[in-house]
Design a protein around this ligand. Structure first.
Ligand code: DMJ
Length: 641
């Protein structure tokens, strides 16, 4: 209790100081405990420091100007002048403030000994088993483990409108299914086989459960087909995984589930699916007609693989129709999509365009579908979407590792006007650097990742929403999400820079320190106070632990077998296999034309089979991925010092 009083005391003190400063100098409130009020990331003030003696130079790259326009900049100037010392040091560049011979960043992140790597690998393994074993002991066959009370959790039958729980939990042993391929990544063939048999013997989808189509698809369907493919792979790269008597039961289960999801695609005027179905009875009569872009448009990877495995185009057809419908409704002006749409009218109900909640995996699956199936239209859509994102969502300096200006950041904008809608970024957006790596844009990936890592360092977690202008979380919980570690892993694969091993170690240590409880790892209710909720989401085992383990396990068969694997949005592994690229049926949409106009111009390069490592300049491979001056800048901007 004492530390809590101390923290509360500090917060009160901090608020009082902020208040006084706000009244005296107009510096604005800042909830940071770091007493960094001299630069509180009110961006207009920060920009002033970049001016140096280039007062006449265009500052197109500053967030504040691109966010608020030049008028705002003028007002801000007056405001910041009242703020004190910075403007009097007009000749001093902001970046130069951070330059110096003592580079503790380079020292801290420059090497990662092999012994430490092995230790971290073991730590990730133990983390997984602490969650998994306790789930099996206290919760199975229920969906999730309540890690504080050491109990199982199923759907909230007493409160059907509790979608936070009921969208995901379907009374189908969710955590066990979601964890299947992580067992193989950890090399535990016998437990994988035992788990597969348990699933075959105990799981049925003939349940009166209303679940979200998207969640059932990525967590259950995706895991079943991934496990099936790994089991039946003739090369058995993960060891002798196949077992006698396996008769494609996982594939049959996946098929059965997919058939139960199909009603979502019926009676919709646009082809965009309903968000939820009851596994027994189909779309509930009181279903809403609104869905989010990611929910409706991220089904193609799993549905496409299923279709190609069983030779029935239905699943791919409905998923592809939904993607095309969403795509055709993008703004003519910006090329952007909104985040919520009416599935009957095609009207955008949510006009916010961003990279996080409601939109994230839509972009992800355009590129991943292309990589898996080789359908040109998927890449054309991705390419055009990426260009719109770079044009309208990206703020900050042009180059991650060069020049002056704010660090690049992707903001939430109105899909039609491109105007900024708020000043927060969400925790889900931390997946985007991983997608940028996959697209060969390692430079941008490095910067965005660095921003999220700085937020992580400040809170020991990622708040669900972080307000970059206030330097404070807007939404405070952290449900053990994997996105930052996923990007960290993919950036390490692309660069092999030890910096990313340090990031992984930091993440793992914070998880141990802040989220470990009696029977597992618990959702953080409040990233500042570190209070907890009694919930361990299934993606902690399927993604967070998997990516952490793989980060430190360079010799994993996934890296060494010679196969190339793709991670689904739930972290399930699927081989990039010729058989998924072979056409089994004629064009799914033979008579339509023009649904997918070629993007007018593009300077984006096609992903190639050249290793991403080769795209990193040699000198950068042995230095920090982001120059320390820029790392300091970001750390400062999130209130770390
Ligand atoms: C997971 O279910 C998936 O990663 C999904 O794409 C987004 N949300 C969670 C993890 O945060």
């Amino acid at each position: 209790m004492q530390w809590r009083s101390l923290v509360i005391g500090l917060v009160v003190l901090r608020l009082s100081v902020s208040c006084v400063l706000w009244l005296a100098f107009g510096l604005g409130p800042n909830l940071s405990l770091g007493f960094n009020f001299h630069l509180n990331f009110n961006l207009h003030k920060l920009d002033l420091l970049f001016r140096e003696d280039k007062d006449t130079e265009s500052k197109d790259n500053s967030w504040s100007q691109r966010i608020h326009g030049p008028k705002y900049e003028e007002t801000a100037t007056t405001c910041a002048k009242a703020g004190g010392e910075q403007t009097s040091k007009k000749k001093k560049s902001y970046l130069r403030l951070f330059d110096g011979s003592k580079d503790e960043y380079a020292r801290r992140y420059s090497a990662f000994p092999d012994a430490l790597k092995s230790q971290m690998k073991e730590m990730a393994r133990e983390m997984f088993y602490f969650g998994y074993d306790n789930y099996m002991k206290y919760a199975f066959p229920e969906d999730e483990l309540n890690p504080i009370d050491c109990e199982g959790r199923g759907p909230d039958v007493l409160n059907p409108s509790n979608i936070n729980i009921n969208d995901v939990l379907g009374n189908y042993s969710l955590t066990l299914i979601d964890a299947l391929d992580t067992l193989l990544v950890l090399g535990n063939v016998s437990e994988f086989q035992r788990a597969v048999k348990l699933v075959i013997d105990t799981v049925s989808f003939d349940k009166d459960s209303t679940v979200q189509v998207f969640e059932a698809n990525i967590r259950i369907l995706g895991s079943l087909i991934s496990a099936h493919i790994l089991l039946t792979d003739p090369k058995q790269p993960f060891g002798q995984v196949s077992f006698e008597g396996y008769d494609n039961e996982l594939l049959h289960l996946a098929h059965d589930l997919a058939v139960r999801l199909l009603p979502a695609f019926e009676h919709t005027d646009t082809g965009i699916p309903y968000p939820r179905v009851n596994l027994k009875t189909g779309v509930p009569p009181d279903s809403i007609n609104e869905t989010c872009t990611a929910g409706a448009g991220s089904l193609l990877v799993e549905f496409g693989i299923l279709s190609r495995l069983i030779g029935d185009s239905t699943f791919e057809w409905v998923a592809r129709r939904a993607v095309r419908a969403l795509w055709s409704l993008r703004s003519n002006e910006t090329g952007l999509l909104g985040n919520v749409i009416n599935i009957q009218t095609g009207q955008w109900v949510g006009k916010q365009s961003g990279l996080g909640a409601g939109m994230d995996s839509f972009y992800e699956y355009l590129l991943k579908s292309y990589i898996l199936f080789g359908e040109k239209e998927d890449y054309q859509m991705f390419q055009a979407a990426y260009e719109s994102i770079q044009n309208h969502l990206r703020r900050g300096r042009d180059s991650c590792n060069e020049g002056e200006g704010d660090p690049p950041l992707y903001v939430n904008v109105n899909m039609y006007s491109g105007e900024i809608m708020n000043t927060w970024i969400d925790s889900l957006q931390a997946f985007f650097p991983g997608l940028q790596v996959l697209n060969g844009d390692v430079d941008n990936a490095i910067c965005l990742h660095a921003f999220y890592y700085a937020i992580w360092k400040r809170f020991g977690a990622l708040p669900e929403r972080y307000n970059w202008q206030l330097q404070a979380p807007d939404v405070l919980f952290y449900p053990l999400r994997p996105e930052l570690v996923e990007s960290t892993y993919l950036l390490y694969q692309a660069t092999k820079n030890p910096f990313y091993l340090h990031v992984g170690m930091d993440i793992m240590q914070s998880l141990e320190q802040n989220t470990k409880v009696r029977c597992g790892y618990a959702t953080l209710h409040h990233v500042v106070e570190k209070s907890k909720e009694d919930r361990m989401e299934s993606f902690f085992l399927s993604e967070t632990c998997k990516y952490l383990y793989l980060l430190f396990d360079e010799d994993n068969p996934l890296h060494k077998s010679g196969h190339k694997y793709l991670f689904t949005t739930e972290g399930h592994i699927v081989p990039i296999d010729k058989r998924f690229r072979e056409k089994q049926w004629d064009d799914l949409f033979p008579c339509e034309e023009g649904a997918l106009a070629e993007p007018e111009s593009t300077h984006l390069s096609h992903p190639s089979n050249i290793s991403n490592c080769n795209r990193i300049p040699v000198e950068q491979r042995f230095a920090l991925p982001l120059k320390s001056v820029y790392m300091r800048q970001i750390d400062h901007m999130v209130g770390l010092f």
